[in-house]
Design a protein around this ligand. Structure first.
Ligand code: FES
Ligand SMILES: [Fe+2]
Length: 262
């Protein structure tokens, strides 16, 4: 697939092979919104051309989405189901992307298991308590898991928060901070199947959007430092996902080799 922005900044996406002789379009330069094939100069402005048809694409301001109806095999929606996010003007956002040899359900299973947090990630979390689960709370809250946990920040400093985990779609898990430092901040985890690797094992992309906000007066300063903060936020997510992808990959391995019923 190839994706770029047209002259008006609109997200365009489509098949990655040039309709002429199949050159990789993703390697072509974009000038003034026109993508040009490197082999013989075929030009695409995003409109259907010579058998090349764009895919439906959606830019939500933080993540770019492309709808692959054939690959998806599901009833298509006009746009992705997205949770509420803090206003961009009052937030710092970063996106982490990683890939695991597992299926989306293994990533979702990991994300909906808050109990592992303090055991498996002692470098990030302490004092974790699952306050309630969907069976325990009524209709006043969406189906979800409420967790009280302390994030480890620098040195011995910890920040206690209450967070709610929900699944607004079959491959998305959202964590929202309900109380404590960073109230209103959101971590959105999207698991996207990528198809099998050379050995036939499934691959799944984890795309995680971290949208941090705070009511503290100093947060405006943090926003000004967003370009410096983003790599740190991504690195923190990457450290957790190194472990969590190992969890998801093992679940897939045991499930598909019939060695574990889970
Ligand atoms: S292969 Fe793209 S223009 Fe020929
Ligand atoms: Fe985890």
């Amino acid at each position: 697939m190839v994706a770029w922005r047209d002259a008006g900044g609109r997200l365009i996406a489509g098949p990655g092979a040039c309709p002429h002789l199949g050159a990789p379009l993703a390697q072509g330069p974009v000038r003034c919104g026109i993508l040009r094939c490197r082999w013989h100069g075929l030009a695409l402005d995003g409109a259907p051309f010579a058998g090349w048809e764009p895919f439906p694409a959606h830019d939500d301001g933080l993540l770019a989405w492309v709808r692959l109806d054939e690959a998806g095999g599901e009833r298509p929606l006009p746009q992705p189901v997205l949770p509420d996010r803090p206003r961009p003007a009052g937030a710092v956002a970063a996106v982490y992307t990683g890939t695991g040899r597992c299926e989306p359900e293994d990533v979702v299973a990991n994300r909906l298991d808050p109990w592992h947090g303090a055991w498996f990630h002692p470098y990030s979390f302490v004092d974790l308590t699952v306050l309630d689960t969907p069976a325990e709370h009524g209709a006043e809250r969406p189906d979800g898991l409420t967790v009280q946990v302390s994030f480890k920040v620098a040195g011995r400093a910890v920040v206690p928060v209450t967070a709610l985990f929900t699944a607004p779609g079959p491959r998305t898990v959202v964590m929202r901070i309900l109380e404590g430092e960073g109230q209103g901040s959101v971590v959105e985890t999207h698991a996207t199947p990528l198809g099998p690797d050379d050995l036939g094992r499934p691959r799944t992309a984890v795309v995680e959007a971290i949208v941090a906000t705070s009511r503290r007066p100093g947060f405006a300063l943090a926003r000004a430092a967003a370009p410096a903060l983003r790599p740190l936020m991504r690195a923190a997510a990457g450290r957790l996902w190194r472990d969590d992808l190992a969890y998801a990959e093992r679940r897939w391995h045991l499930r598909t080799s019939g060695r574990h019923p889970g």
